[in-house]
Ligand binder design. Sequence first.
Ligand code: ADP
Length: 378
Amino acid sequence: MAKVTFEDVLKIYDDNSGGTLAVKDLNLDVKDGEFLVVVGPSGSGKSTTLRMLAGLESITDGEIRIGEEVVNESPPRKRDIALVFQSNALYPHKTVRGNMGYGLRLRTSLSDEEINERVEEAAEMMGIEELLDKKPASLSGGQQQRVATGRAIVREPAVFLFDEPLSDLDANLRKHMRTELARIHSELEITSLYVTHDQEEAMTLADRIAIMNHGELQQVGRPTDVYHNPANVFVADFIGSPNINLFDVEYDRHSSGATLRSESFTYELSEGLTQSITAEDGDALTLGVRPENIEVDPDGEIESTVEVVETVGSDNFLYVRVAGQEGRVRTASTLIPNEGETLRLSFDEDDIYLFDSETEERVLDRSERYEERRELLH
Ligand code: ADP
């Protein structure tokens, strides 16, 4: 087991276009035994981050450490890591047992008996004991993924690296494997770095999430931290489904609080809340409200027009228009308005997020509010 450290890591790919900046000044720790998920849109630098740690990609500047050891120059096989990716090439002519034991046979001096023991242990953990004598071609996609994960477990590495390992699987299987991976991690407690573009996958698997955009780390925190206290507009918008509502407003500070003015509504903030906001009178702000925090309310401040009603069984998602802007509301499944209908909406000031429209950074820290609510639950 080992912690992993990225210190001021920079990656510029040499290519014909004069170099592509893929990862910029990355400072990130994966704690010993932690499951850290790196998430972000396509091209944000996730795979490059993982590949640099694996030793498959050189680094332009900075330092990567596994434990206390600087591994910048170490070849992949010297790094004590195991990599699981989406299309894990299993050897087609070897049985599952052969595939799982191959790495150990190649790199260690363990006896056949010891290798077999470790393979069987890992197979049991992955629930694939019955498949040990089969060949990969006769396995389903999900079973192949289990074998690939089992093969990594057998190696007992210091660090597990996962590169979108579930993206080839169908939705149900993906959810199932997600739970499996979480269970296995809690059994083995091996330091893991997992890359995905799927925010839901990230939220369900991670001890902590690192969110990247354009090669830059945006925020690192527990899933609840990034959801309830997003550092900037990008994180607020990226995490959560349906996406958070974002409205352009002007901040109008006055003696008993502040008013948020948009084209189509005004919203009063209490003096208490206003004291925590680091914005100046007249600033352009972005108001964020999550779909589950908006209520259909005849006395609501906001007038909206329903455009689409999406029924997902447990809830309904209303896609609405608020003046020129789009809005999303999660309601009970029993509330089914007509398309084109006018609905008034309201929300509580405790549930709002505020960002500076220019820098897109938060101007209202929500960490305390979340902790207070957590305490109420316990
Ligand atoms: P992600 O995994 O988040 O999709 P990547 O790490 O693959 O992102 O890519 C980050 C950036 O680096 C992108 O702009 C991508 O086009 C560029 N990139 C990735 N690999 C190479 C390469 N081998 N040569 C040149 N540019 C690359």
